[in-house]
Design a protein around this ligand. Structure first.
Ligand SMILES: C[S@@+](CC[C@H](N)C(=O)[O-])C[C@H]1O[C@@H](n2cnc3c(N)ncnc32)[C@H](O)[C@@H]1O
Length: 269
């Protein structure tokens, strides 16, 4: 699919500073910037203004590894269309996508947006910004790896809806090699079913061939892949029928990237 053009005026500063891409104090600088912002009263309870202030920080102070506005404008309409009651995000960073997509989910009548983040400092920054945005009843930040977060939320019944534990949407934006294992864990636990929409970031930067292979494979192909796997592997559920497409877009720095958008269109008996 053709990419909407990138607006250079909104480009973030490069992520790389002295060989570091994150975790060099920029996330603490961000939270200080937000709470000393001259327009702080206008940020409170206003997700749009908060996202704009985070963007300004990343455009003028230091780049941040957020999803950004351009890719966000592809994902937010999917939330409006699909109206997920519950959405799971793996890789929350400082809460930019959790605020953007949690607000969209709330506006669409949804109940809960779970954001799993491995780094406790980033998770604390995210929780504070979610609170500032007035979204703490909708967005819950969970500290842990994707697999730990999924299992914990499953075990404590957080995903349990009226009939089952199925998630409306899942957003993969964490450790790239974990996308496939965490998707398969979600499949095995029954979190993915008919109409679940999966969105995976960074399919070009850095790319994720094992994930693309799994979500683009037919049921018969997946059964063959599983037949050759070790019993110790997380096997997923090959009976889920996916329809998947690549959508070209841009990082907030202006570099080309792609999202993989996958819809579960049915489950074979
Ligand atoms: C690209 S950032 C996420 C950006 C965020 N989704 C946004 O758009 O605002 C990736 C995040 O994944 C986290 N992460 C890395 N490995 C992880 C794992 N195994 N489980 C959960 N989070 C992880 C990193 O600490 C980092 O904050």
């Amino acid at each position: 699919m053709a990419a909407a053009p990138f607006n250079d005026v909104k480009a973030y500063k490069p992520w790389e500073v002295d060989g570091k891409y994150f975790g060099d104090g920029r996330e603490v600088a961000l939270i200080e910037y937000m709470y000393s912002h001259p327009l702080l009263p206008q940020l409170r309870g206003n997700p749009t203004n908060i996202l704009a202030a985070i963007d300004t920080f990343a455009q003028t102070v230091t780049g941040l590894i957020n999803i950004g506005e351009t890719k966000g404008e592809i994902i937010t309409p999917l939330i409006r269309q699909n109206k997920p009651a519950t959405m799971l995000e793996l890789g929350g960073y400082i809460g930019y996508s959790a605020i953007m997509f949690g607000d969209a989910l709330k506006q669409a009548g949804g109940k809960k947006y779970y954001s799993v983040e491995k780094n406790p400092l980033f998770a604390a920054v995210a929780a504070s910004l979610v609170d500032l945005a007035g979204l703490k009843d909708t967005v819950q930040i969970i500290v842990g790896t994707g697999a730990e977060g999924i299992q914990r939320l499953f075990d404590d019944g957080s995903f349990q809806g009226k009939k089952d534990s199925r998630l409306g949407m899942v957003f993969f934006d964490h450790h790239k090699p974990s996308y496939t294992a965490d998707l398969k864990l979600s499949e095995q636990l029954g979190l993915v079913g008919a109409q679940t929409v999966l969105v995976a970031d960074n399919m070009i930067l850095a790319g994720n061939p094992p994930y693309a292979e799994w979500v683009r494979a037919s049921i018969a192909e997946k059964k063959r892949m599983v037949a050759g796997a070790s019993t110790a592997d997380i096997l997923g559920n090959p009976n889920l029928q996916y329809r998947s497409r690549s959508v070209i877009s841009f990082e907030p720095s202006g570099m080309e990237d792609a999202l993989e958008i996958t819809e579960c269109v049915g489950v074979a008996a």
